[in-house]
Design a protein around this ligand. Structure first.
Ligand code: ADP
Ligand code: MG
Length: 644
């Protein structure tokens, strides 16, 4: 029979230490959080060899008296909880009085600390959690803690450490996020003598983003501000033209704590739906605030996952907040003469594999699941920018003479909100623009899609370059409009606004088409869906299909290749939620139906296209997220000619 023994306190400390301190980054996080709690304004983190051999955190906070400094290293020693009532704070802030005990148990620690009232400071040296030297010392107000030889007495843990560069990168990203959580404090990270991060502490989140991730990232950010019931969201999200190939810069805070949340990521990405290309991801730094009782922050110091009582409210708050920001965006890219500077890649996340493997589709499926989740109650909503949250009525882009079909709701909004109306909608809200003059009798293919709004500032078309780019002068700027991208977006919005089946045209002669066998079967299985998109076809025998009707916007020559593209989407779409599949298929139809770059357009066609783009808020990107319009300012030109 094995004899039961109680663990020695030292062994118990080592086990506890393993939970709190996993790697240099987690030690740094605890120590910097202590500095923040101590009211520091300036915090410096220095590290050598990834923080394994040397880690020093210096703060100008309140410091400790000698007696407190000694007790601070005991387990369960904290100045932050005194009564049982304070226990609530464990759930919110995670004070457990464990960090210093844990870190000192697995390293050699030097502490130097002084309060403003004491003439002298105090110093302590600890080895494996035991104080070995102490005494008065001259030092500035605040606290400096040096952690050397982390895990020197726990070789098993040591083995798990990665390369210094990886540990250093993890540490940097921890401090970056603390800096983003506290733009009012100045943070500095110095790795092997080199300054890797320096924030100003001017209180502005954008300054902190700039300091952490560089000019390129900061410049691509749009401000986000919104609220939803008791929830508020504030921060920045990237313009659709400033997306990334991965999700490494989707940073969320909940009540000031950095968290990872699938719901928040999904809400963010949903806001970019139809605005960015598949495979591109938005970036953000967003602060969500909500009453503490609606969130369950896992207090394990190493974990940052979070649970919300009502995922749906969180989703809505982020989704509409970001969407509002995107709607304010001008969406025009600036043309430059010189090559743009190489994107700064200061982002030093070792491998944020969280969600890295998730595709956009999986996220959308996730978003769909949230939508279907039961919703306890929908309470009153307030918004900073009321326009942000209201589903914008998309004016149906139809021939002005045609009767207006069903009122169009942006599908993303209505889908997300399921059956529930998101707010009391104002019925009398004016449409963003109205149909005006009757189009002239003879209309080209572009003109037919367009109603004629009045553009705000006067403009004139200078001409069309390369049969592709329309050049326009407006407000002392030259605008370059990609006519295909613009037309594609206009058509896409028009098609998407139609809730019924797309209009179709009957062919005098059926088109015969012989797809691959798999597609042949798939197309025949999906005749219903295809008829919603304006196609009617039948089996012609021998693996051949007869296409009898095609979408009204499509020319006969495009019909077959479009059908095959739709087959491909149906094949992939088995895993998609229906709304996404529909959007993707509409993209394809819009792309096929749109006027092509390189094809000649007459002046009137160009005129109509420009009128649409310049007067409508929602036409900023083609459905794949490429910008529709680029601009060049007068001063840019003047600089080229050395006039200014
Ligand atoms: P907790 O932060 O959960 O209270 P820690 O072990 O991290 O536990 O710290 C123990 C105590 O040491 C804190 O409650 C605080 O009183 C004191 N302390 C730690 N770091 C600092 C610091 N940088 N400045 C002033 N006091 C500190
Ligand atoms: Mg602490």
């Amino acid at each position: 029979m094995p004899k039961i023994q109680q663990l020695s306190p030292h062994l118990a400390d080592l086990i506890a230490a393993g939970e709190v301190v996993e790697r240099p980054a987690s030690a740094a996080k605890e120590l910097v959080e202590n500095a923040i709690d101590a009211g520091a304004k300036n915090i410096t983190v220095e590290l050598q060899e990834g923080g394994m051999t040397f880690l020093r955190i210096t703060d100008d906070g309140c410091g400790m008296l000698p007696e407190d400094a000694r007790t601070a290293f005991l387990r369960h020693a904290t100045s932050k909880l005194r009564t049982a009532a304070d226990l609530e704070a464990i759930h919110t802030l995670g004070f457990r009085g464990e960090a210093l005990a844990a870190i000192s148990a697995v390293s050699r620690v030097d502490l130097l600390t002084k309060t403003a009232d004491s003439p002298l400071g105090y110093s302590l040296h600890l080895e494996a959690g035991k104080i070995t030297e102490e005494g008065e010392a001259g030092c500035p107000n605040g606290t400096t803690i040096i952690v050397r030889d982390l895990f020197y007495n726990t070789p098993a843990r040591m083995k798990f450490m990665k390369r210094d560069s990886v540990e250093a990168a993890a540490l940097l990203s921890v401090v970056q996020r603390l800096a983003l959580a506290h733009p009012e404090l100045s943070f500095r990270v110095i790795r092997d003598g080199e300054v890797q991060l320096q924030t100003s502490g001017d209180g502005r989140l954008l300054s902190a983003i700039h300091a952490a991730y560089g000019n390129q990232v900061a410049k691509g950010m749009l401000p986000v501000k919104g609220s939803w019931d008791k929830y508020t969201v504030e921060g920045y999200a990237s313009a659709p033209t400033a997306t990334r190939g991965k999700r490494d810069l989707q940073i969320f805070f909940v009540n000031g704590r950095h968290v990872r949340s699938k719901t928040m990521c999904a809400a963010l990405e949903e806001a970019y739906r139809n605005r960015i290309m598949v495979g591109r991801f938005p970036s953000c730094v967003l602060h969500l605030r909500l009453p503490e009782h609606l969130v369950d922050v896992n207090v394990h110091p190493a974990k940052i996952e979070v649970k919300f009582l009502n995922e749906r409210d969180v989703f809505d708050c982020i989704h509409y907040g970001v969407k509002g920001a995107l709607e304010q965006d001008q969406g025009q890219v600036e043309l430059r003469f010189s090559a743009p500077a190489k994107a700064q890649s200061k982002v030093a996340e070792p491998k944020t594999d969280f969600f890295r493997t998730m595709t956009a589709e999986q996220f959308r499926a996730y978003a769909g699941a949230i939508k279907d989740a039961p919703r306890p109650q929908l309470t009153r909503t307030t918004v900073e920018n009321t326009d942000l949250l209201k589903p914008k009525p998309v004016a149906p882009l139809q021939k002005a003479s045609e009767p207006v079909k069903k009122a169009a709701q942006p599908p993303a909004t209505s889908e997300l909100l399921g059956q529930l109306p998101p707010f009391e909608e104002e019925q009398d809200r004016p449409a963003p623009f109205k149909a005006q003059a009757e189009p002239p009798a003879e209309r080209s293919s572009i003109q037919q899609e367009l109603v004629l709004p009045k553009a705000e500032a006067p403009w004139r078309i200078i001409g069309e370059a390369m049969d592709t780019y329309i050049i326009i002068e407006q407000n002392q700027q030259l605008l370059f409009l990609d006519k295909h991208a613009a037309h594609e977006r206009i058509l896409f919005e028009k098609l998407r606004a139609q809730q019924d089946a797309l209009a179709s045209q009957l062919l005098l002669q059926p088109i015969l088409c012989t797809p691959e066998r798999e597609d042949h079967a798939l197309l025949l299985e999906n005749l219903d869906i295809l008829s919603d998109f304006g196609f009617s076809l039948s089996d012609y025998g021998d693996g051949t299909l007869a296409i009898r009707q095609i979408p009204a916007d499509i020319s006969e020559s495009e019909a077959q290749s479009l059908l095959l593209l739709l087959a491909e989407q149906l094949r992939r779409g088995k895993k998609l939620e229906p709304g996404t599949l529909r959007d993707e298929m509409l993209h394809t139809i819009a792309c096929k139906a749109a006027v092509k770059g390189g094809m000649h357009s007459d002046r009137l066609e160009l005129q109509r296209l420009v009128e649409q783009v310049l007067s409508r808020e929602d036409l900023k990107y083609c459905p794949h997220g490429r910008p529709i319009c680029a601009f060049m300012t007068r001063s840019q030109l003047e600089r080229q000619f050395k006039r200014s």
